[in-house]
Design a protein around this ligand. Sequence first.
Ligand code: NAP
Length: 284
Amino acid sequence: MKVYVIGIGLIGGSMVLDLKDALSNIEIIGIDSSEKNLNEALSLGIIDRIGSMDTIEEADRIILSIPVKESLNLLPELLNRLHSDALLWDVGSTKEQLCKLVSDHPKRDQFLAAHPIAGTEFSGPKAAHRGLFAGKPQILCESNKTRPDLLLWAKQTFRQIGMYIRFMEAKAHDKHMAYVSHLSHISSFMLGKTVLEKEEDENNIFDLAGSGFESTVRLAKSSPAMWAPIFEQNKENVIETLDAYIDNLENFKSLLLKDDYAALFQEMKNTNQLTSILNGISKK
Ligand code: NAP
């Protein structure tokens, strides 16, 4: 089986490393706009060879793992060129626009809209590693539009690499991701920005920042090339969530101004319930 991976970074690279372990008789062919990343992926053994769009018709499986704006540009043409038993899935962090774009494509049933809820703040093939997806959810959107035999293969394969499957409508996916993922990234980026602006001495950041600061700004190390198009595609949901977040920040500030420490305490106490919710997630 010839598996083409377009975008040989953290997610595409980690996915094909796991596929190589799980499936026999597969050849991994990499395509990427970065020659450096392709050569690195080859030397790290993530891909078996470097491919090109000229031979994409030979692909039995294609993983589309590039920034979501680029996926919108490439997907229709890729679908046009699939052979009749090939399957293409994307791994992008937004789903509504992509699903809409190909809803009437004659080969829509050879496409699966997927979003693995796994990752790190690092990018590129060096960040790719085995086992990234173990125990993590794979969200499948509008999977009823994918041909049943291809969908079955995909579900079995994702389970083989340790993932569990969740089904969602594309619109709902984007809304929920705005709450639990996209807002966290914005708050981390802007927290990092605020500290950089307020604390002029880098040594103080280095010496005084405890693990709390480090873990809270971890996401601010993420790639803007990946995140800018996600915020663009999910603009409405992100703005709605940001409004709610800004209201909470304003409320916190006003409690401080009023010296209402009992209410401040209660706000934080109420939020502690996240502990049990997140413990539940880590046990899944
Ligand atoms: P990444 O590590 O930066 O890898 C993406 C690779 O694609 C890079 O090598 C990039 O090259 C290349 N690329 C960019 N545009 C291209 C194009 N038009 N054609 C071919 N190659 C292109 O990014 P990633 O974290 O793996 O993210 C890939 C996808 O996974 C994104 O859609 C993202 O939304 C999704 N995702 C990410 C995470 C996460 O935590 N990172 C989690 C779940 C899903 P350059 O470096 O030169 O741009």
